[in-house]
Design a protein around this ligand. Sequence first.
Ligand code: SF4
Length: 349
Amino acid sequence: MDRLQEIKDTLKNYKGETIRFMEVCGTHTAAISENGIPGMLSDNIKLISGPGCPVCVTVTAVIDRLTELSMEENTTVLTFGDLIRVKGSKYSLADARALGGSVEMLYSPMDAIRLALEHKDRNYVFAAIGFETTTPVYAMVLEEAIKRDVHNLKLLTSLKTMPQVIRWVCKNTNNVDGFIAPGHVAVVTGSDVFKELSEETGIPFVVTGFEGPQLLAAIYALTGMKDKAGIKNLYRSVVTEKGNLEAKEAVDKFFEPCDASWRGMGLIPGSGMRLKSEYAAYDAGSYGLDEDHMPPGCSCARVLTGEIAPNECPLFGKTCTPEDAHGACMVSTEGSCYNYYISGRTSKN
Ligand code: SF4
């Protein structure tokens, strides 16, 4: 029998006590649904999604500030992907655009530089949202802005880092027996970060990629590591122990750790990155954006910490669907509500 089939059979026929593994990364959440992984597992192996979808964990104060800026004269807000549809306390960036605000979607970060150079009389604000994976991109944009003497481009930062939020999950919930570590983040940070977290929390971590067999191998490895601290790196082709030193240096040049507010979790000390004071001229007013107003009835806060599965939210699939999303977790293609909805996944599979 081939090795993959052996893994599949073991996971399907597992009859031990119920174990719960959290995938922290939104891209893993999407890959788990796309590959139908939950249906390949025994009922005694539960997968829960964690707070690793950057759009989902962005508090409404950040979106409110961006919508306000988009309405200012001579100012355009630049953003990637799904953020445009996430509601702030009142409006999303898409709403703001419909009401006359200036908002542009970017497909490449360097388009921000191009736009700023092409329209020197206009101010641009780049919504800098993301985790360790994306922060080097913003560092690259700043490097280029300085090199090309661009002064009409600023960042509104809501950058997050993984270690502190994982500590928060371990401290405030008691429902994780193992973590599928965020693969893309690990490329930058290195696997040693998760080794330290495992030693500290006593919970095992497996670093893996985004293909179905890689995810199955990670779940299989975690099943064998239950109750034992430790780390396995199954993504050695791109993840080293120390990570991408060049990317880390680029980030350290422009950013420093700070406290950060997370949707559903509040302020978590040391869980974000902000621009260093010497680059304050490139900041569009990112400080103090901590308020969060969840849409009425939305359970994103409980979904993001794995307390409930998305389909256990009373609004799931009723008044909240991808076409008419109530909360951020249903907007983003990395959000767990979105992925449960499009794959037909439930907490039972
Ligand atoms: Fe929020 Fe919709 Fe998810 Fe419920 S289903 S938690 S309302 S995003």
